[in-house]
Design a binder for this molecule. Structure first.
Ligand SMILES: NC(=O)c1ccc[n+]([C@@H]2O[C@H](COP(=O)([O-])OP(=O)(O)OC[C@H]3O[C@@H](n4cnc5c(N)ncnc54)[C@H](O)[C@@H]3O)[C@@H](O)[C@H]2O)c1
Length: 259
């Protein structure tokens, strides 16, 4: 059985359906009860069991209750995908502390809560798999208007890397998903300041294209999941000479009038 937070929409929904097609029962945890019910129906139409649980990943009690309901209602948890996420954007000086606290609580502490709630069960069995959804912006920041988002996603990458070292020897796999822009409903809940919304680039990948890559990476126990091959090259270039990379990014941003 797979548990997916943020499973009612976008990447989480596509992964829920892909996993169901490959034989998994799915627990969908989300704030959006209408979309969650619709995904439950889609999973059942594939012929697998589905359980929707209303859950706010920024609340300890909700995530603990999610683990209790998933384990009580569906038995063994084979995979936990900490995927729920939100966006805060805008000029840094216009972003209030309350938005920083919100995005850290959802994007970074959400996965921490998920792992804390489900890990005892996985450790007891000595098996299981954790996928944390970060972003390519968690490896290479490229938009000076999404600093809170990029900060939390760097945190998710670091958390996941540490988890891989801690959990692989205990029989538990870990991957981190770092896609570029994906066509989803992510901006619906976004807290955007200034003219950030107008400055968001178009998505180049659909959730349906991304979901099989996630499942294949889990099957291969591959840590880093990217959406586009060129991202591996960009990341490697940055690691080789980070100052040169930042200078080049500044030139590009200045050319776009966003510097
Ligand atoms: N869309 C992109 O371009 C993109 C790129 C890289 C990474 N991501 C990441 O992918 C993940 C999924 O986002 P998406 O693009 O599919 O967006 P989406 O908005 O379509 O789906 C996210 C889901 O998370 C839910 N959610 C939000 N806050 C929640 C909370 N506190 N508790 C429980 N559920 C909550 C929403 O209701 C929604 O159903 C996020 O972590 C996002 O940061 C998205």
């Amino acid at each position: 059985m797979a548990v997916i937070t943020g499973g009612a929409s976008g990447i989480g929904r596509a992964c829920a359906l892909e996993m169901a097609r490959r034989g998994a029962d799915v627990v969908i945890a989300d704030l959006d009860e209408r979309r969650m019910a619709s995904v439950e129906g889609e999973v059942r139409a594939i012929g697998r069991r589905a359980l929707g649980v209303r859950c706010d990943v920024s609340r300890d009690a909700d995530v603990e209750a999610l683990a209790a309901r998933a384990l009580g209602g569906m038995g063994r948890v084979d995979l936990l995908m900490n995927n729920a996420g939100v966006v805060v954007g805008g000029p840094l000086e216009e972003i209030p502390m309350s938005d920083w606290e919100w995005i850290v609580d959802v994007n970074l502490l959400g996965p921490v809560r998920g792992v804390r709630a489900f890990l005892p069960h996985m450790l007891e069995r000595g098996s299981g798999y954790i996928v944390n959804t970060a972003s390519f912006a968690g490896l290479v920041p490229h938009n000076p208007r999404t600093i809170p988002y990029d900060t939390t996603k760097h945190g998710v990458v670091g958390f996941s890397a540490g988890l891989a070292l801690y959990l692989r020897p205990r029989g538990i796999g870990v991957s981190v998903l770092c896609p570029g822009y994906v066509a989803t409903n992510l901006l619906e809940r976004a807290r955007l300041h200034g003219e950030t919304a107008a400055g968001m680039p178009d998505a180049v990948v659909t959730p349906e294209e991304l979901a099989p890559k996630v499942v294949e990476a889990v099957e291969a126990e591959r840590f880093l999941i990217l959406s586009q091959p060129e991202h591996a090259r960009i990341w490697a270039r940055r690691a080789q000479d980070v100052d040169r990379h930042i200078r080049r990014q500044l030139e590009v941003l200045a050319g776009e009038g966003r510097g």
